[in-house]
Design a protein around this ligand. Structure first.
Ligand code: DGJ
Length: 729
């Protein structure tokens, strides 16, 4: 695998190498608040001696270890920066190999380090390690984002042995934490039930979070987690480590509490069915593990993560987003040109930016009139769209709205011309019966011809319709019967699939760098920070019941900023339109309803809410998010988005418990304000005919609002209340 070349010019490079028998040297990986201190000892072992808040006197890092009086480390490598298998290590390794001669031992010793400041805020620490016996090397990379206290860690593995080396396990990173107890906050899910949190104390032994689904890998378990140190962290207190593997395929995170009560977190590509045969001279680069330590609770950690994601990771993270009307739940597969022209007029009437044509527009021999046929045959269906997409794009322009389209390019229906023509492009076991997930199969993206085909689908849509403004990229099946007829080594399949996917996405982005694309996967089966480099937004769940969404969006928001969260107003749930729209506004709102079915007042409300949203979307998308009242702990959920300069914000408040008398009986404390400034609270998104319960002429100090709080007057007749907070000068 090719190494990624740093795009930014190296501002400063320094080299350091060490000879045997020298004094221990320290490599402090520094961010604004924290230090991750590595140490090279006299026999060139690289260990982690400290990870925590920065100390003023850096000489004192050397004193940390002596303050622990734990039992003996029989291996001398329990605190290894990157533990390997087969020599002294007795616990879980990050790297395990079989050498060209069949030997399974590995030992890695320090060779040299390079520190490269790639921008004023970003420093890359590269540590070269080598096996003293075998010609086998590992480059450990730590990229530190100073202001956001965030580290990306990954490795590059290579060798010059006389034959291939089999990588049995090849994690991206190991994080070593001392001073528990430790509490893990992990997530699980299923279709329409994404991001369900669970917190537990980490016990001795290994706890594994993983996926073996191939595509939409995080459907059952996303690759994000939190570990609290000492006690479970709250929004504003406690030490918490956030972790997120940037990888869109099978992953594995092992959390091992060792016999001395220290914790190792080893995370990377899942080695399940994936031993990798590495040729001499070939480089294997692992995906990045993203992690961030906060000693100010979960809220601070998430704001840091959002800042980092918007600045460095999510495509156009600092930009704005298009609001839209989607036809999926309004029509399903049942539409034609006339109906869509009507929906284009509705798009304009509603006041959103774009119409998004969903599934069902393609395939002729096996028309896509349901989810059993046609995937792979990406020509317009002649019965539904006799004049093609081009006419619709033109019609959209006539209505002064933009046009976007749904694709699911990695997939194929068993009943499709594509399958008939290219059965060898399909992931399946040649001698076994086929298994379908949503009646479909996955295309073999490890095959370059398939990559060309998938790229061609998007490319031809844009070539034929240059005004196309948005892509919804869906992915509804997992991989059963993992096998490629093209691959010589089947245990490379899962890895090559993801490489193939990234190759296609890179090509798309090289040619179409800015067009917004939604990462959809029949719900939140697929969001991760590697994929988000190519996508502007993700679809958290098909479950758009706003009550459910409050909980889900709350959890997603710990890791991903609102600018990337596509939230649609649909007919799911029993809540009134105001509640549904208000929930959608905590991100990038869209509508997936029959506009004509809206009552006059409902339509008026939607239009006014969209217009109003334009006045504060910058705050939601680019501001700081504060979680004020937790729906799991209180009958009212409350979330604040605050402009960076603290001059204005928007507070969303919802009743989440319908039992008698529930509501905002007590005040909710605001956070993040300027305590010396004065603020006014004004209710916005009022439903026609209703009036505000809060007096917008009253002025409160920031101190009052943060110490005493505000009351949004949420109750069973005011279930959703949106407040604008503005500094009064
Ligand atoms: C699953 C998506 O989540 C839905 O929004 C819709 O696009 C369907 N697929 C279409 O098949």
């Amino acid at each position: 695998m090719k190494r990624i070349v740093t795009v930014l010019p190296a501002l400063l490079v320094c080299f350091f190498s060490m000879t045997a028998g020298a004094q221990p040297i320290q490599i402090p990986v520094l961010t604004s608040a924290n230090a991750l201190v590595l140490q090279v000892d006299s026999v060139k072992n690289v260990s982690v001696i400290y990870f925590g808040p920065k100390l003023t006197n850096s000489n004192e890092y050397a004193l940390v270890n002596q303050t622990y009086r734990q039992t003996e480390d029989y291996t001398n490598v329990l605190d290894a920066a990157y533990p390997v298998a087969g020599s002294r290590n007795l616990l879980e390794p990050a790297l395990a190999v079989k050498h060209a001669d069949g030997n399974q031992s590995l030992d890695l010793r320090f060779v040299r380090q390079e520190i490269t400041k790639t921008s004023p805020d970003v420093t890359l620490y590269s540590i070269y390690l080598k096996d003293p016996v075998y010609n086998f090397e590992v480059l450990l990379n730590y990229r530190a984002y100073f202001r956001q206290d965030l580290i990306e860690q990954w490795t590059v593995i290579r060798h010059h042995e006389k034959g291939n080396v089999q990588l049995e396990k090849y994690a991206s990173a190991n994080i070593y934490l001392k001073g528990g107890p430790f509490y893990l906050n992990q997530y699980h899910g299923d279709w329409a039930k994404e991001m369900q949190p669970e917190e537990s104390r980490i016990t001795h032994g290994i706890h594994t979070l993983d996926s073996k689904l191939g595509t939409r890998a995080n459907l059952f378990q996303p690759p994000v987690f939190m570990v609290s140190v000492g006690k479970p962290a709250t929004e504003d207190e406690g030490t918490v480590l956030y972790g997120a593997l940037g990888y869109s395929g099978n992953f594995r995170t092992d959390l091992e509490l060792d016999f001395r009560d220290n914790l190792k977190i080893i995370s990377g590509i899942n080695n399940y069915a994936s031993a990798y045969s590495l040729k001499p001279g070939e480089e294997f680069e692992t995906p990045v593990l993203i992690y961030l330590l906060s000693s100010k609770g979960k809220g601070h950690a998430s704001r840091q993560m959002h800042d980092w994601a918007r600045q460095y990771k999510i495509l156009d993270g600092k930009g704005s987003r298009l609001t839209l009307l989607n036809n999926w739940e309004a029509t399903y597969f049942d539409f034609n040109e006339d109906k869509l022209k009507g929906l284009l007029r509705d798009t304009k009437e509603l006041g959103v930016d774009l119409f998004l044509l969903d599934d069902g527009w393609f395939a002729n021999k096996y028309p896509r009139n349901n989810d059993r046929t046609g995937l792979g045959d990406w020509e317009e269906n002649k019965t539904k769209l006799p004049n093609g997409i081009a006419t619709l794009v033109k019609e959209a322009t006539n209505n002064q709205v933009k046009f976007g389209i749904w694709v699911e390019p990695e997939m194929v229906s068993p009943k499709s011309e594509l399958y008939e023509k290219h059965p060898d492009w399909v992931v399946k076991q040649p001698a076994r019966e086929e298994h379908y997930f949503r009646n479909q199969l996955v295309l073999d993206l490890s095959n370059v011809k398939v990559q060309d085909f998938v790229f061609g689908i998007i490319d031809s849509l844009f070539t034929r319709n240059p005004a196309l403004a948005y892509i919804k990229w869906d992915c509804n099946a997992v991989i059963y019967n993992a096998h490629s007829v093209k691959l010589a080594n089947q245990s490379h399949f899962y890895i090559e699939y993801v490489r193939g996917l990234y190759n296609v996405l890179k090509r798309i982005r090289a040619k179409y760098p800015v067009v917004p694309m939604m990462l959809c996967s029949g719900g939140g089966g697929r969001v991760d920070y590697a994929a988000l480099q190519y996508f502007t937004e993700y679809w958290p769940s098909d479950n758009t019941d706003p009550l459910e969404r409050i909980f889900m969006q709350w959890e997603y928001s710990y890791f991903y900023p609102a600018v990337a969260s596509a939230n649609h107003v649909t007919d799911w749930g029993k809540q009134p339109i105001k509640y549904r729209v208000d929930v959608a506004m905590m991100g990038k709102p869209g509508f997936d309803i029959v506009v004509k079915h809206l009552s006059e007042n409902d339509l008026r409300f939607c239009k006014e809410a969209i217009t109003m949203f334009r006045s504060y979307n910058g705050i939601v998308w680019q501001g700081d998010q504060y979680r004020l009242a937790d729906p799991r702990l209180s009958p009212v959920a409350s979330v604040l988005y605050l402009a960076k300069d603290k001059s204005a914000g928007v507070i969303f408040n919802y009743l989440v418990n319908n039992r008698y008398g529930q509501g905002s009986t007590v005040p909710i404390q605001l956070k993040g304000l300027d305590d010396k400034a004065n603020y006014r609270l004004e209710e916005i998104n009022l439903y026609p005919g209703t009036s505000a319960a809060l007096d917008s002429t009253k002025i409160y100090s920031g101190e009052f609002l943060m110490k005493v709080g505000f009351n949004p007057v949420v109750n069973n007749s005011r279930t959703s209340v949106v407040l604008k907070i503005t500094q009064v000068r």
